[in-house]
Ligand binder design. Structure first.
Ligand code: CP
Length: 316
């Protein structure tokens, strides 16, 4: 690969904590150009011809896995998909051995989703390939935040001063952490809202300048431009952290009444949505819920990240 870096200082995408506004905006600008490719009759460019990408998914995924696979195909990369079920992981093979054996087959880039925070970082010490984090435990999900912030720019081109409320399970959400870093870098005003048991102490100091925290949905939605609802991650919660999903919906779920009261409010969700819990079902299907735009932008953002980190210099 060449040394072309397009202004991105990072060799890997492990998280957004250390990514600057300029780097995030470079991903957005590149993704917008790839969005145009996706609208062409032939949705493929030769940008990553000869590059081999392995998708290592140790955790379930629909959107992220499919959009990485599609992004790689649209860029003409050679791709291999690995799922831990049915692999030698079930015979006890470690992540390090799995990755080194795959790399011995000559690969250039690895996309990894893993339940353990730090697994992508660990991988960078085991292999020479470029590593992209597709979600590691409750740590980060950087491509999700890149696609979320890109989607917001379609409605609000400049995020500086934009009021974004992140709602719900902040404690276990890698999406929340990555979005906090990306939104703060781009100058948005962030409010976190959820039950006290799902907001970790000290999170308000995660970024310079701090974040606003409230446990009242009405406060979080007052003057808010974008509400980002998070999935309640019952599988990560070792114990019941709120009385019931019904009560959670009553206190923190967005309903049609909220949309009627806030006529300019946009609603986002990274998926998968628990209908009737984080969002009322008719909110999911509402025109101001931009959830499927997020999914469409996911392919373009992943194309941009793969392309920018590949070191290739001819985009189309
Ligand atoms: N948003 C997200 O990561 O969805 P998947 O778990 O389906 O990939």
């Amino acid at each position: 690969m060449s040394d072309e870096n397009h202004g991105i200082r990072h060799r890997h995408l492990l998280g957004l904590e250390t990514w600057s506004a300029d780097e995030i905006l470079t991903v957005h600008a590149t993704a917008r150009r790839f969005r145009e490719v996706l609208d062409r009759p032939i949705r493929q460019v030769p940008s990553l011809r000869g590059v081999t990408v392995v998708n290592l998914f140790f955790e379930p995924s629909t959107r992220t896995r499919i959009s990485f696979e599609l992004a790689e195909k649209r860029l003409s990369a050679d791709t291999v998909n690995f799922a831990s079920s049915g692999s030698s992981v079930s015979k006890g093979e470690t992540l390090k051995d799995t990755a080194q054996n795959i790399e011995a087959m000559k690969i250039d880039m690895v996309v990894i989703r893993h339940r353990s925070p730090g697994a992508p970082q660990f991988l960078t010490r085991c292999v020479d390939a470029t590593v992209i984090n597709a979600g590691d435990g409750a740590h980060e999900h950087p491509t999700q935040a890149l696609l979320d912030t890109l989607t917001i720019t379609e409605y609000h081109p400049d995020l500086k001063g934009l009021k974004v409320s992140i709602l719900g399970d902040i404690m276990f959400s890698r999406v929340a952490r990555s979005n906090i870093f990306a939104l703060a870098a781009l100058g948005a005003e962030i409010t976190l809202c959820g039950p006290p048991t799902l907001i970790p102490p000290g999170i308000d100091q995660l970024v310079p300048g701090g974040l606003r925290v409230t446990h009242r949905l009405d406060e979080a939605l007052e003057g808010c431009d974008v509400a980002m609802a998070l999935r309640i991650q019952l599988e990560r919660q070792g114990r019941q952290l709120f009385p019931s999903t019904r009560e959670y919906h009553t206190k923190f779920g967005i309903t049609r009444e909220h949309l009627d009261r806030h006529p300019d409010l946009l609603v986002m969700h990274p998926g998968p949505v628990n209908r009737g819990v984080e969002l009322a079902s008719d909110v999911v299907d509402h025109e101001r819920a931009i959830i499927l735009n997020q999914v469409t932008n996911g392919v373009a953002v992943r194309m941009a990240v793969l392309y920018l980190l590949s070191g290739r210099s001819a985009q189309t």
